[in-house]
Design a binder for this molecule. Sequence first.
Ligand code: ADP
Length: 361
Amino acid sequence: MLFDVHPKTSITELFGRRAEYLSFIEAVEKRRNFFIITGPRRIGKTSFLYASLNELEKEYGIPYAVVDARAATSINSKYPQRIISERLYKALVSRGFVGGVVSKIKGIKIGGIEIETDEHNIDIVDILSAINEGNELAIIAFDEAQYLRFSNEDLTKLFAWVLDSLPNVILVFTGSQVGVLENFLRLEDGKAPLFGRYEVRINLPRFNPSESLEFLRRGFEEYSIRVNERELLPVVNTLDGVPGWLVHYGARRIDGLTHDEAIERVLNEAMKYVETEFEELDKLSPRYKIIMRIVARLSEGRGHARWDRIKNLAEEELEENIDEKSMRKYLSKLVDYGFLETIGYGKYRIPDPVMYRVFRR
Ligand code: ADP
């Protein structure tokens, strides 16, 4: 059911995302081993991940294990390696990993002596090596991977080792663009362990307005409810093609809320989410927030903001000069992460209406 508020787990339940799924399998066929699935919260990363992995397992026999990084870091935030190993072990036992792998881990050889180990006492390097040896290919995915940065050890070193030394292990990370790329994997940082690794990025975009309308129409149809598409248009314009919010709107209506009540409720939720999403970038520099507020103000009425005006107003607010290079860097990062878009040279706007509301308050 499209309005099911839980993540979808099969490709048949997934609305759209066909092109993204095909590029995922194509890259797996090419033996790429490093994937990053990004997009804002509630866009469907977890759903896409599980639906794709289940399909890859069914069609290609590639086993997988998913580690929810939020759980791995919340139970014992300092030592997520241990929790990751336990979760991988459990996944190995319960899923279709090659049988020998499990027994190999159960009796790990240390200095020639085989010792019995239990799931609470498994070294992550051993378990990853065993997966590599036991399977032609296996996928290990970290959902909401940005949380792994709270580990006391830099896990990116471990991941760099996996990518360089374990050819049968495919690593997949999901998360928000800023969180996972900028703050955790740090792929562009020349000194970071993962710098220079070849990654395949799958970015999940918002549904376009027609897709959103179709999504809502089909969702209501599944409950045999006929709705006027005209009534749905403001939902699409306000919630801007983020499937998670469309699902919530649908679920609230099904639960008896009126159109206005449902939209207000979901909009409030969405605005809170946008704020937390932006916190990641805010940690890098408070200037990003200032720039977003200025762009929102200048583009009032859904117009655009010119870059020289943005710069002037930002300098006024900060009471200091911002050199041109830094200003371009801030703006291009905001564009890269989809918080801003350019509409012609030096002109910017906030494409997401929910985000626009947050910064226009
Ligand atoms: P994320 O991991 O990006 O936060 P989720 O996968 O948890 O997003 O999805 C949020 C909500 O939206 C869930 O209720 C999920 O069922 C729904 N959803 C997301 N993408 C799709 C899709 N392509 N088709 C159907 N439902 C979707």
